[in-house]
Design a protein around this ligand. Structure first.
Ligand code: NAP
Ligand code: HSE
Length: 436
């Protein structure tokens, strides 16, 4: 049978990793796909730059539109990133009858509804396993392996860069900026690392997972987003002392009244499996009504793990090249006509325990004032510790762990405590999930 011809847009971390894997494992991949796979053409910005893969048999161009329009190409791998140009490239590829594999979570989360409609019209596939959790095949798991379940919730460490930074700060005592630089050097971070540390990348991934889990249209705007850029090492240390680890989590839950969709730093009990996911590793805990809990773990970023997911999609696409488009696995797991719009809970409506770090004057009656406000707002205290920093400073940290309370009540109590004359700095507030 004639080989399948592939055009690649982007030979950076993921693109070069993918071309390398396709060459290294070519015989095995061909046996799985049923066809030989040949990378014919690739687009980059700078064709003179050395690449981390063998490009001797690949025609390089700096015009990605020439690749998607090339009549010899059967499948396009969009491994460039960004939203606008990537959208135009993918739609042009579909118009030219090509299937597309992408690692671009920003594109899928924000423009996926349009793209999948165009793909269905064209009878083509847009595959995106590599867009979520790097090398972990979690899209396939949710879309196919758990198809008999009603998915109740999922919670995961979805950004390798954030987890790498949190781990290095906690375990090596390294400084935030230095670890972020290292994540960039290792190829984990996005072109704009604010997408990682600001929580946007994790929110893109959560948007995709939630859609596939609950059968809803992709709705990036419904996710509450907080990053790790406001976290302080002090809070990582206090959380440790209290028996927790701080992780950047993505959480999607069905609740009465709507979906609870959020990404933010979170205290997790230290004995929980998610608390022990370190470095660039990701993990996704999925709760289905039939199977119960399943946990999916693996490298969340980097050239080879991501290439593993891209190549898996490519093999799937090649296997289905001759299949009837109506009988393929739907892009978002549910048949397109069955996708629903969902109500989403405002962040103020969620119920959650909290870690609070106050900076207050060390004077008689201060704790009484603080606990009175919490009590008035129906926020019950589970642990309260006043840290003795051993200096003459009359301002001390007071760390409070609350029981589960309504987010709006906690936020109001925080505002009232901050307004006290004895309060000398904004309160650090981090949510806590037992994931029970
Ligand atoms: P990267 O290292 O920055 O590579 C981007 C590649 O795209 C480069 O080769 C660049 O060319 C090329 N490119 C950019 N704009 C172009 C244009 N206008 N025309 C032609 N080529 C262009 O990025 P990456 O880390 O591989 O990420 C690529 C995609 O994969 C992104 O969507 C990212 O979110 C996603 N992803 C990344 C990872 C990861 O671990 N890095 C994991 C999962 C998903 P030059 O090399 O000449 O500049
Ligand atoms: N920048 C992303 C991360 C790449 O660090 O997780 C993988 O999607």
């Amino acid at each position: 049978m004639k080989p399948v011809h592939v055009g690649v847009i982007g030979l950076g971390t993921v693109g070069a990793g993918t071309v390398d894997v396709l060459a290294r494992n070519a015989p095995e991949i061909a046996r799985r796909a049923g066809r030989e796979i040949t990378v014919t053409r690739a687009a980059v910005r700078d064709t003179s730059r050395p690449r981390a893969c063998d490009t001797r048999n690949i025609a390089l161009t700096d015009d990605p539109f020439a690749v998607v329009a090339d009549s010899r190409i059967d499948v396009v791998l969009e491994l460039m990133g960004g939203e606008e140009t990537a959208f135009d490239l993918v739609t042009t590829a579909l118009e030219h009858g090509k299937h597309v594999v992408t690692a671009n979570k920003a594109l899928i989360a924000t423009r996926g509804n349009e793209l999948f409609a165009k793909a269905s019209e064209a009878g083509r596939v847009v595959a995106f396993e590599a867009a979520v959790a790097g090398g972990i095949p979690v899209i396939k798991v949710l879309r196919e392996s758990l198809a008999g379940n009603r998915i109740d919730s999922l919670a995961g460490i979805l950004n390798g860069t954030c987890n790498f930074i949190l781990t290095e700060i906690r375990e090596q005592g390294l400084e935030y900026g230095a670890v972020l630089n290292e994540a960039q050097r290792l190829g984990y971070a996005e072109a704009d690392p604010h997408f990682d540390v600001g929580g946007i990348d994790a929110a893109h991934k959560l948007t995709i997972l939630a859609s596939i889990a609950f059968g809803t249209h992709l709705n990036f705007d419904s996710v509450h987003i907080e990053g790790i850029d406001q976290l302080r090492q002090q809070d990582i240390i206090y959380a440790d002392e209290l028996g927790y680890r701080i992780k950047h989590l993505g959480i999607a839950r069905r609740q009465e009244g709507g979906l609870d969709l959020r990404v933010h730093p979170c205290l997790v009990p230290e004995e929980h499996l998610l608390a022990n996911v370190s470095g660039v590793m990701n993990a996704v805990l999925i709760r289905g009504d039939v199977v119960g809990d399943t946990l999916h773990y693996g490298a969340g970023a980097g050239a080879q793990p991501t290439a593993s997911a891209v190549v898996a999609d490519l093999v799937d696409v090649v296997r289905t090249l001759t299949a009837d488009p109506g009988n393929r696995v739907p892009h978002l797991a549910f048949q397109p006509a069955q996708l629903a719009d969902s109500e989403t809970l405002a962040i103020t409506e969620i119920q959650c325990a909290h870690y609070l770090r106050l900076s207050v004057r060390d004077e008689p009656g201060v704790l009484a004032e603080v606990t009175k406000i919490l009590g008035q707002r129906q926020v019950s205290i589970r642990v309260i510790i006043q840290k003795d920093l051993g200096g003459d400073d009359r301002v001390v940290p007071v760390v409070i762990v609350t029981h589960t309370a309504k987010e709006a009540d906690v936020a109001q109590a925080v505002r009232e405590i901050e307004a006290l004359e004895v309060s000398s700095a904004p309160i650090v507030r981090i949510r806590l999930e037992t994931l029970e």
